[in-house]
Ligand binder design. Structure first.
Ligand code: BGC
Length: 738
């Protein structure tokens, strides 16, 4: 991957992402890029000293709260970062004075964010500063930062204020927290707050250590802003080190979070030991999840960066949360969970961190009740998963979006009602997890119920067309959301067929292996033999808009009759086709927001028994790829498009798409990285590299490769977990495998 020219101040090298210059224009997007986290929480890369217009956020997975009458969202949690440095009444800030040198680095191997600055205050005092911070992977309730400060040309008293900001706001200015308690004693400074609607309590405790000088500390008591204040005499050339350690618990994990936070803080070893334990934990995470590339140190960094984003947002100890579409790195989509997790992100975890995959899928088990409520409210049976899901699994997709133009009409969001393929996406993911891990217990206790109850939903949603003697699924939205409320979307119909077929297999397996569990589920889900018979009938007679003669799928009934548009005629452009033509006009044309048929063929191509073969793939590629708004449509598209291109041997084209996907946040290619990391894109990058570049397919003997390495890549190594064993792959550019 050559160095992109769009941001000359970002350097990509193996494990280290470096920013060489501070640009206030990029403040919010770079806050996303430099997010750190440990799966329990994520903290955006905002500065310790603050900056005007900053969007600082610490998001804890599962801490949802309502903005009454509007929506539920991940609540921005108290900010543990604030560290003010005041020299001669002058507060250090990059918005004042002069930045003499600046460097920010994210070390992916160590999970460490650092910043080196030489700053001259408006009063002419020069100071060298080095900041570093991490969210401990070894102990997920601990976050810590260190600041080393060297006066260059002055001897002066320096005042430090280390705080917790208990009044954080979400993007629209809503503060989710009530302050319950703030306390100080010799050992701890702590804060207890509670969300307004969901009544989740959160306790944080903080301490500050200073070395290299004599200093006196005291607490100041601004309500909701516990602060440790300290003063020392800086001497030119002498380095002083400040270490701020913060512990955090919520009532989601423990009854008395403030007590837990204070107790933990007491027990902790030194900052240096915490850091070393954290690094060891990262080492073991990377051991199974890393992909090494020889030949391009930039491609290596970019790939690792995408995997890092997944690892820092993945719940390791909690199976009641998942990964929000924008991970834990921003306010976009309000922390809601989409099919992005199961379709795009999950394969990375299934094959490299199966325990995390289990947690993510079990979240869907715990939210089945919400899915059942949704099914009932629409008049269906079984479980109908929410298009956007939060803590309970109830549908949280907004019904209306504000208009694009002032005085325009509100926009109806149909995905909540019609983008129903999500129920099968989840079931397919559950089935894959089981296939790969052989985790029968999970399938018995959790997976089977997910798959069977959503299958029951389908048998009430699918319609029989008596005239045409076939089953149909009408009024849906497929992955391509430029076309709403269409009939017989090929993707939806085929995944439903697959889902119902697997449901029958699961039922047979369960009744043979665990007859008691089968009886329990039959009773609980009212799973009668008549209903199972209907599944079989649907599998055999569900119409798939596919012409075996030509090998072409019609994306949905009537798609080929829509007006054809040459996307090339609209070049150059910087907006999506929907933004250019409008929602209504785009829906009348053969323009795709993201791959739809190709997404289906990619999914089916993973195993020989469902693969439609190269001829069909090529035929559909030739038709659909040129009609897809790949650059400005959905961020979920490029990696999948690249993956299909790679499997057709179109390596150069594939690489172009991979770059588009891999740089979506690093280079802010869609202009919305400030909203948070595009999690699905990160996950699909892994799939693109494993299934596209390495050409991994699953055979009865395990995973096998058919590599298509880009020219620059000399060698590529990775591991995959498959049925109890780790398979190690070492691919060379000429295609040799050892
Ligand atoms: C895409 C969906 C995706 C959602 C969240 C939308 O723009 O079309 O497929 O699930 O974003 O990432």
């Amino acid at each position: 991957m050559n160095k992109p020219i769009s941001d000359p101040h970002l350097l990509y090298e193996d494990w280290i992402l470096t920013e060489t210059q501070f640009d206030p224009e990029q403040l919010n997007y770079k806050e996303t890029v430099f997010t750190i986290g440990n799966g329990y929480l994520g903290t955006r890369g905002s500065f310790e000293e603050g900056y005007p217009g900053a969007l600082a956020a610490t998001l804890i997975n599962g801490v949802y709260d309502d903005v009454p009458l509007f929506y539920t969202e991940l609540a921005n949690c108290p900010d543990w970062l604030p560290l003010l440095i005041i020299i001669d009444n002058e507060e250090f800030s990059l918005s004042r004075g002069e930045i003499l040198s600046y460097q920010r680095q994210l070390d992916l191997k160590r999970g460490l964010l650092s910043r080196k600055i030489c700053w001259r205050s408006p009063n002419g005092k020069t100071i060298d500063l080095y900041f570093e911070r991490f969210a401990s992977q070894a102990d997920r309730h601990v976050v810590a930062l260190r600041c080393q400060l060297t006066a260059v040309d002055f001897d002066e008293t320096v005042l430090i204020r280390a705080s917790i900001d208990g009044n954080p706001e979400n993007k629209e200015g809503f503060n989710h927290w009530l302050i319950l308690e703030q306390s100080y004693d010799d050992a701890n400074t702590s804060l207890l707050v509670r969300t307004r609607s969901s009544r989740i309590e959160l306790g944080m405790a903080v301490n500050l250590t200073i070395s290299g000088t004599q200093a006196e500390s005291k607490n100041t008591s601004v309500p909701g802003f516990p602060t440790i204040e300290t003063k020392f005499d800086a001497v030119a050339g002498k380095t002083i080190t400040l270490e701020k350690i913060v512990t955090v618990f919520t009532s989601r994990e423990i009854e008395t979070p403030i007590k837990a936070a204070c107790n933990k803080l007491q027990e902790l070893p030194s900052y240096t030991e915490l850091l070393s334990d954290h690094e060891k934990a990262w080492k073991s995470l990377w051991e199974n999840s890393d992909i090494t590339i020889e030949g391009s140190s930039e491609a290596q960094l970019v790939l690792r960066y995408n995997l890092f984003q997944l690892l820092i947002s993945a719940p390791q100890d909690d199976d009641r949360v998942s990964i929000p579409a924008k991970t834990l790195s921003g306010f976009g989509y309000r922390g809601h969970i989409f099919w992005d997790t199961e379709f795009f992100i999950l394969p990375f975890f299934i094959f490299t961190q199966p325990n995390i995959a289990r947690n993510l899928l079990t979240y869907r088990y715990h939210t089945l009740e919400g899915a059942r409520r949704k099914a009932i409210s629409y008049g269906y049976r079984g479980a109908m998963y929410a298009w956007e899901s939060a803590d309970t699994g109830d549908e949280v997709t907004p019904r209306w979006a504000p208009p694009d133009e002032i005085y325009g009409e509100d926009i109806r969001i149909w995905c909540r009602d019609r983008e129903v393929h999500i129920s099968s996406d989840i079931s397919i993911a559950a089935w894959w997890y089981w296939q790969v891990t052989g985790d029968d217990e999970w399938m018995r206790d959790y997976g089977a119920e997910i798959i069977l109850d959503t299958a029951l939903f389908w048998s009430s949603r699918v319609e029989l067309n008596i005239k045409r003697e076939r089953y149909e699924i009408r009024q849906v939205i497929g992955p391509d959301e430029y076309h709403e409320n269409v009939d017989n979307n090929a993707f939806t119909n085929r995944v439903v067929q697959w889902h119902l077929e697997k449901s029958l297999n699961i039922y047979d397996w369960l009744s043979k292996t665990y007859p008691e569990k089968t009886l329990e589920l039959e009773e609980k889900l009212q799973l009668t033999s008549k209903r199972r018979w209907r599944w079989r009938d649907i599998v055999e007679n569900l119409w798939i808009p596919y012409d075996p003669e030509t090998g072409l799928f019609e994306q949905f009934e009537g798609f080929f009759k829509l007006e054809d548009t040459k996307l090339a005629d609209y070049q150059p452009r910087t907006r999506s086709m929907q933004a250019i033509l409008g929602i209504k006009e785009t829906s009348k044309r053969q323009i795709l927001k993201q791959p739809d048929v190709l997404m289906l063929l990619y999914l089916m191509g993973r195993t020989p028994d469902t693969d439609y073969g190269e001829k069909v793939l090529r035929k559909n590629w030739d038709y659909y790829a040129p009609r897809t708004d790949i650059t400005y449509g959905s961020s979920l598209g490029p990696a999948v498009q690249g993956l299909v291109a790679a499997s057709l041997g179109k390596t150069v084209e594939a690489y172009k798409y991979f770059r588009l996907a891999a740089l979506v946040d690093l280079e802010n290619t869609r202009g919305n990285a400030a909203e948070g990391i595009h999690g699905a894109s990160c996950g699909s990058i892994w799939q693109a590299v494993i299934f596209g570049v390495a050409g991994v397919k699953f055979t009865p003997d395990g995973p096998a490769t058919k590599p298509n390495l880009p020219n620059a890549w000399k060698r590529m190594k990775f591991k995959l977990y498959w049925r109890g064993d780790w398979y190690e792959f070492d691919l060379k550019s000429e295609g040799s495998i050892s």
